[in-house]
Design a binder for this molecule. Structure first.
Ligand SMILES: C[S@@+](CC[C@H](N)C(=O)[O-])C[C@H]1O[C@@H](n2cnc3c(N)ncnc32)[C@H](O)[C@@H]1O
Length: 509
């Protein structure tokens, strides 16, 4: 429990979905490292400190044959979670209002995946110990856990602003007033400090992220007296007594792929010491937060997965070639650009054709064998020629963040039906005014504009395409001087939006 005067019941936390913690991601990472995780489509998942259940609900919606249990101490959070499960008609998820220190592990049973997001650093030591005990007692032998926590050295600079805000607002009782006053004080210090100083730049950097977060979350996360960051090695030391070990980060490969080659070479000098390597990376990145994947100590991890493992996964990509690919069958190198500016090249025709095929199918994923067959058709090569250079290149593209791997392939239509139906979960998120929505692929995305939000809400299966145009026309506030032209274009705009929704995995029909 927090030591704050105002508990999570008095100031409810705004919860989100965390796709990086979903069963598919955890199973994929475990399988990459040679473990045999449960099938995400048929698994049992526990979330500790689940807040208002938003994260677990998003999983339960996409994985109807899996079962989910959420535990949280705040009654308000659990009441909201239960109401949402009813509203979404989800019978595969249950929520319990309980203190994690009091749960009966025997009664809870065993789980394939256990998650605790945003909990570990914000509870006292005895609660942290109990959290790890729950992983120890409730994780199945091949189970996969996921635990997020604040880390040093990144949090060293965060602590400067946390302390400053706590100092300035110590006398204030109202939580929202404290947040507003705290940020105001930071703005003042940012203004008053030597503008050229490193110190001022640190404060300015920290200040930036406050505009993106809710005051409720700032209150609980940054103004709490219970907020314990760890050095990574300190954290892994806590796992050992509970028979647990570190596997990787939820964004494994991602951070390393961004390091300059000479830095990677330096890290390679550390040899097999994964924990030391991770600690080095925290120092290099100045990482403030980790979401670590943990498994049982007895799990036999293959730390050097070979490109062959690709055969065990579905692949997906939304990367585009940076220039037009004139001749797919040649060995000319092509650079692919993915999300967040990631770039990587491939030259083997099958590897290039595979990425182009994946991109054309986004956000669907494709089983490796089917993908290589399609790439072979496109290049008129034989499937056998996929070995080994194409495999190596595809594996490098995965490590660079150009290709994503999945253990679970959700089914959703690739075209809008006569009376389109947007994901009920997405419509529920939009009604709750969530900034981000969770596609049926499990990925989060931010609606590009009000029209997208409106149209998704209107796609409830009762309206055909003409009705959608008419309804949108009636609801959009067009500027008078442009109204006529915009109304004329509206059917084509709606049609292209529906095509886009299907491509993004937002439609159920
Ligand atoms: C910072 S919020 C995180 C919520 C959500 N997991 C997220 O990341 O958005 C921490 C949550 O843990 C819950 N919590 C704190 N101490 C707890 C305890 N001892 N047992 C169960 N839940 C607890 C709080 O009620 C709150 O919902």
């Amino acid at each position: 429990m927090t030591d704050q005067k105002f508990s999570y019941d008095e100031v409810p936390y705004s919860s989100f979905t965390f796709p990086q913690t979903r069963p598919d991601r955890l199973a994929t990472l475990a399988a990459i490292y040679g473990l045999q995780p449960a099938d995400p489509e048929n698994c049992r998942v526990l979330e500790l400190g689940c807040g208002d259940g938003t994260n677990l609900l998003s999983f339960a919606y996409i994985l109807p044959d899996s079962r989910f249990v959420g535990i949280d101490l705040a009654k308000g959070h659990i009441d909201r979670a239960k109401a949402a499960a009813d509203e979404l008609q989800l019978s595969n998820v249950e929520f319990h209002c309980e203190d994690v220190t009091k749960v009966d592990c025997q009664e809870l049973g065993k789980f394939d995946f256990i998650i605790a997001h945003g909990l570990f650093s914000w509870v006292p030591e005895h609660v942290r110990t109990r959290i790890l005990e729950i992983y120890e007692l409730c994780l199945k032998p091949e189970g996969v856990g996921c635990l997020s926590y604040n880390v040093y050295p990144g949090c060293k600079t965060r602590e400067i602003v946390w302390d400053m805000m706590k100092f300035y607002t110590a006398e204030l009782a109202d939580p929202m007033e404290r947040v507003a006053a705290g940020i105001q004080f930071l703005n003042f210090i940012n203004f008053a400090a030597d503008q050229e100083s490193t110190y001022r730049r640190v404060i300015a950097t920290e200040l930036c992220q406050y505009s993106q977060r809710t005051p409720e979350n700032i209150f609980h996360d940054d103004l709490s007296n219970l907020n314990r960051p760890f050095y990574f090695r300190e954290f892994t030391g806590l796992l050992e007594p509970h028979g647990l070990q570190y596997l990787c980060e939820v964004d494994a490969f991602w951070n390393e792929s961004r390091l300059r080659p000479e830095i990677e070479a330096k890290l390679d000098e550390l040899g097999d010491d994964v924990l030391k390597r991770e600690q080095f990376i925290d120092y290099i990145l100045g990482r403030p937060f980790r979401t670590s994947v943990i498994v049982r100590e007895a799990a036999s991890i293959d730390r050097a997965p070979s490109p062959d493992i690709l055969k065990n996964f579905y692949l997906a990509s939304q990367a585009e070639p940076s220039a037009e690919v004139r001749e797919l069958a040649s060995n000319a190198a092509v650079t692919f650009k993915g999300l967040d500016g990631v770039e990587a090249s491939a030259s083997h025709p099958l590897a290039k054709a595979a990425v182009i095929e994946l991109s054309s199918q986004w956000s669907n994923s494709v089983k490796f064998d089917d993908l290589i067959r399609k790439a072979a058709d496109a290049t008129r090569l034989s499937v056998d020629e996929a070995e080994p250079q194409a495999m190596n290149e595809l594996f490098e593209l995965f490590k660079a963040g150009i290709i994503y791997l999945h253990r679970f392939r959700p089914e959703f239509p690739t075209e809008a039906s006569e009376k389109p139906i947007a994901s009920r979960f997405v419509r529920w998120q939009l009604q709750k005014k969530c900034k981000d929505i969770t596609a049926l692929s499990g990925m989060n995305l931010r609606p590009s504009d009000d029209l997208m939000r409106l149209l998704l809400l209107l796609c409830d299966g009762t309206r055909d395409w003409d009705d959608l145009v008419a309804e949108a026309a009636a609801r959009i506030g067009f500027p008078p001087e442009k109204k006529e032209a915009m109304l004329e274009q509206l059917p084509a705009v709606i049609e292209s939006r529906l095509v886009e929704f299907a491509r993004l995995g937002l439609l159920e029909a």
